[in-house]
Design a protein around this ligand. Structure first.
Ligand code: MIC
Ligand code: SF4
Length: 644
């Protein structure tokens, strides 16, 4: 039987388990990446493991999220990460060098290799034919130490692309269409592979836009084949030697096939407040726009910004619209400057931001009250922009530029001819902002620089025999990690200070959550479907752990978050009958008597007792042997130490 692209890469990297769908498998990881908002914690965890030198082929630490330095905290974290990187064999991408996913694609990504990153958009690497997963920091730390990365062997979905995009329609419109079809939970447990004739009409950065935002489907990852286009991209990056061809076999078997005719697509937008709330720009109509932001790991490549510059050249942005541009990398920024496109953007009235995540994670540029903001980003969760009632629409660079000129949401295809852009044959290669690690012989001399904001992470304890705790919070469907542990300019600097962060936990859902947890001493959270979607931030598990959360009971979980809960030693349970969700009210007293024994026995269903109502509620404990052992040990760090 033929293999899919992902199956080929998995087969070449599997070190534990069998390639059977739904079963736990362990993969050898070739490369890792971290960013600063999750990196400080990941490196503290790496240090706690006591490994001297990373065992991967390439590990890179990026500084791109926490670059707004309104106090000492972020700069201290940058210095900490730089020193850890130098000591332990990790390349360090300095602040200003760009967004991790964009830089990694340009300078480090290799087709056929495995990559995990402490950021949910790591699947961007799928654009260059890598099997790339977003993961919690602890999983990345373990992979740096040479440990396998464990996932549930996913189902395979093929998206067959035919035809060619029309002028002014772009890769963002493709992934918005996929989101419209599949929804934010439609990719859970699946790898999305792209194939078909249409693939060869898309450049690597366009493919990367599509695999990047596959994260919003809840998919394990997304991947494109590696072909002549990939080769040309690597050649332009002076890395032709990294090329190898990878494609699915003709008789590869997929669990699901979706056909998309690229020529039929029109400009689309995801409306507030979910990335799958997609409509055509035409159907939404010419709503008045207050802000346009172009950038993020989804749409900040040279191709995207050259297109925007060509559309704005010689014109002025609408007087009522604030337009911000954040190039994805120093390479992109530098090339825009060299070819004059940067001048065109400045002349048109754009506000040029540094190459970093910036407004995507609420680091500045929050819109006005109730403001309508069009963004080329990937997430429009309520409040994420920093303005509680901000109305965020996710659009392509073309739609963003068109609307920046007219002041209303505008379908770019109505603007007449699309100005051509010329992509260079060679990119500008200058890796002077990537610091290589110290040679192993000098590693001992490198001093780790720790700022006062770095606080120890919460200790986990082995699973108790019985759990009794109140339902401290009951929430609905599609709760994001931004609900659980918000980000933004005011909170992000404290990513290495769990006690401080804890006061903001779930603030948007229940202002008194942290207080109530502290009063109760321990708690259980009750949730709906797709609980924990979005970011890979393990803080969404570590902070609840600090607040005494013992278990989370939901209708279903998002992939990375459930792994983070288990890594933290918090018990993730799912209702056997979804309707039982209704039988628990906030503050009910819940109990899991004999839970430790049940996990040891390998029980797959267990009764959760609602002591307030007297009802016994069957919940699923469906974990692999390794996950059960981790829960019993009190999380991955204890488990790794036990097995060391
Ligand atoms: C995000 O887009 O939400 C982030 C910020 O990049 C996160 C990581 C984090 O929370 O630090 C992600 O996507 O994993
Ligand atoms: Fe950064 Fe935004 Fe991409 Fe997250 S989604 S990595 S915050 S640019």
């Amino acid at each position: 039987m033929g293999k899919t692209i992902a199956e080929k890469i998995i087969a070449a990297h599997i070190v534990e388990g069998e390639m059977v769908k739904g079963k736990d498998i362990g993969l050898k990881i070739d490369q890792t990446l971290t960013q600063d908002a999750t990196g400080t914690m990941a490196y503290l965890e790496f240090e706690a493991m006591g490994v001297k030198r990373v065992k991967t082929e390439r590990s890179v630490a990026y500084i791109d999220h926490n670059t707004l330095q309104t106090g000492f905290e972020n700069a201290d974290d940058h210095r900490f990460i730089a020193s850890v990187a130098k000591k332990h064999g990790i390349y360090f991408s300095r602040p200003g060098n760009g967004i991790c996913h964009q830089v990694h694609l340009e300078r480090f990504g290799i087709p056929g290799k495995t990559l995990i990153g402490s950021d949910s958009h790591t699947p961007t690497g799928g654009g260059i034919g890598m099997l790339a997963f977003g993961a919690g920091g602890l999983d990345v730390a373990v992979a740096m130490g040479g440990g396998a990365y464990h996932i549930t062997m996913p189902k395979m979905v093929r998206i067959n692309l035919t035809g060619k995009l029309r002028p002014y329609v772009s890769a963002k419109d493709v992934i918005l269409e996929v989101l419209r079809i599949l929804s934010v939970k439609g990719g859970v447990g699946k790898i999305i592979e792209y194939g078909g004739e249409g693939v060869k009409t898309l450049s690597v950065p366009e493919r990367a836009t599509i695999t990047n935002m596959g994260a919003e489907l809840g998919a394990s990852t997304s991947i494109f084949p590696s072909d002549e286009i990939t080769k040309a991209f690597l050649k332009a990056q002076d890395r032709e030697q990294d090329y190898c061809e990878i494609k699915a076999d003709d008789d590869a078997v997929y669990d699901e096939v979706i056909d998309i005719d690229l020529s039929s697509l029109t400009p689309a937008a995801a409306m507030p407040h979910m990335p799958d709330n997609v409509k055509s720009v035409e159907a939404i109509g010419p709503i008045k726009v207050d802000q346009v932001l172009i950038g993020s790991c989804t749409n900040s490549s040279l191709r995207d910004l050259l297109r925007v510059a060509a559309m704005l050249k010689g014109k002025t942005v609408h007087p009522d619209v604030s337009v911000g541009i954040a190039p994805g990398s120093k390479q992109v920024f530098n090339m825009l400057a060299q070819c004059g496109a940067l001048g065109d953007l400045i002349a048109a009235g754009c506000r040029i931001l540094e190459c970093a995540c910036g407004p995507c994670i609420g680091m500045g540029q929050s819109p006005n009250s109730g403001g309508i903001s069009l963004r080329t980003f990937n997430r429009n969760f309520e409040g994420r922009s920093g303005t509680a009632d901000g109305q965020i629409y996710l659009v392509s660079p073309e739609t963003a530029a068109a609307s920046a000129l007219t002041g209303v949401l505008t379908d770019p295809t109505t603007l007449g001819d699309c100005p051509p852009i010329e992509m260079p044959e060679k990119f500008l290669i200058n890796d002077n902002m990537i610091v290589p690690p110290a040679p192993e012989s000098e590693a001992d001399k490198v001093e780790i620089l720790r700022g006062p904001n770095i606080k120890p992470f919460p200790v986990t304890t082995p699973m108790e025999d019985d759990i009794t705790a109140p339902a401290v919070l009951k929430v609905g469907d599609n709760i994001t990690t931004d609900h659980i542990m918000p980000a933004g300019a005011k909170i992000l600097p404290y990513r290495s200070n769990i006690p401080y962060l804890s006061q903001f936990c779930f603030k948007q859902c229940d202002e008194h959550f942290a207080e109530n947890c502290k009063k109760a001493g321990s708690g259980i959270i009750v949730g709906g479907v797709n609980y924990g979607q979005g970011s890979s931030r393990e803080h969404a598990a570590l902070v609840p752990l600090y607040l005494g959360i013992k278990a989370v009971v939901t209708k279903s979980f998002a992939r990375i978050h459930v792994a983070n809960l288990i890594n933290a030693g918090i018990l993730p349970l799912t209702f056997q009958n979804e309707a039982d969700y209704d039988s628990i009210s906030q503050n009910d007293e819940l109990a899991l008597p004999g839970i430790r024994q049940a996990i040891e026995n390998g029980d797959t269903v267990f009764d959760l007792q609602n002591k307030t109502t007297g009802k016994a509620i069957p919940v699923k404990l469906d974990f692999s042997k390794r996950q059960r052992e981790m829960l019993l040990a009190g999380g991955l760090l204890n488990f790794t130490k036990q097995n060391a």
